[in-house]
Design a protein around this ligand. Sequence first.
Ligand code: GAL
Length: 332
Amino acid sequence: MPVPALPPTLPAIVAPAATQPTTHLSQITPGAIWPDDRGKHIQAHGGGIIKLGDTYYWFGEDRSQDNEKDKRYVACYTSTDLMNWTFRRQVIAQGTPLEPGKWWALERPKVFYNAKTRKYVMYVHIEGGDKKGYARGEVATYISDTVDGDYQFIRSFRPLNLESRDIGQFIDDDGSAYLIFESRPTKGFYIAQLSEDYLDVAKITCFIESRLEGGALVHYDGLYYVLGSHMTGWDPNPNMYATALKLEGPWSEFKDIAPPKAKTFGSQSTMLLKVVGNKTTSVLYIGDMWKPKTQWDSRYLWMPLEIGQGKMRLPEPRPWSIDMTTGVVSFK
Ligand code: GAL
């Protein structure tokens, strides 16, 4: 079967006219420019999403073209319908906390809310300081009293002394919080539980010996599904998933989420979002379509997954919407 691809040339970002009315979206269009409430393309790449009450908070790398070169930025957006996102603020906008050296990378921010301490703890993948390129392989933690406050740097470290690159987040149905992190020396990735205050990575729940990054997890209908991408930097590749009855494993073998030739329709896994409605539960694939030379124009591929009985399939991207009350997805 031929694999329909996304249009090869995506429209360029056009600066909105000053008089442009507030954007209201009634669908999610994978791969398109995604305007926020100001009409600006959402800057939340490699992101993480948490739900507090009825509100979703989307944090991600803010790669705006007018950002200062030596600083790194994390933006926070909110939504109640997953289509229309309000820009709250840049919750991180700062120079390197790592000495010495100017270049640094802050990637894939994930925020966890700790109900006991009432603090918001952010994990990021951090690179730089005295290490050139991506040689550091650490996470950094940040903390804030409010969800969209100024996140303060705490420290950078290797979780349980293990090299850590791409990170993912997972909150289980019982509220326990996990960090997923990829580690080259052991040729695989870890699912690790956070400490009670979330300020540390406490214990390895599972090591999965598969060289996958962009790790994402969801618990659906009695099964855990883990998803990841191969390691081709910013370039897309065929992402794969496996299943297990328990987080500890054993995990099934990895299978393709979409026809391999489609290379995940030009995207890379970032997270899996479960929306529980009163009629059904939908699981959304949240991926990044990176544009390494024009990062601010990187797009998002969000699609409802076909999932169940140990199978997970990313259908061909097309516009869709979700009813947040029922959880039912419709295609346009
Ligand atoms: C990708 C990774 C991104 C970023 C990039 C840098 O593999 O998923 O988050 O680190 O490499 O080349």
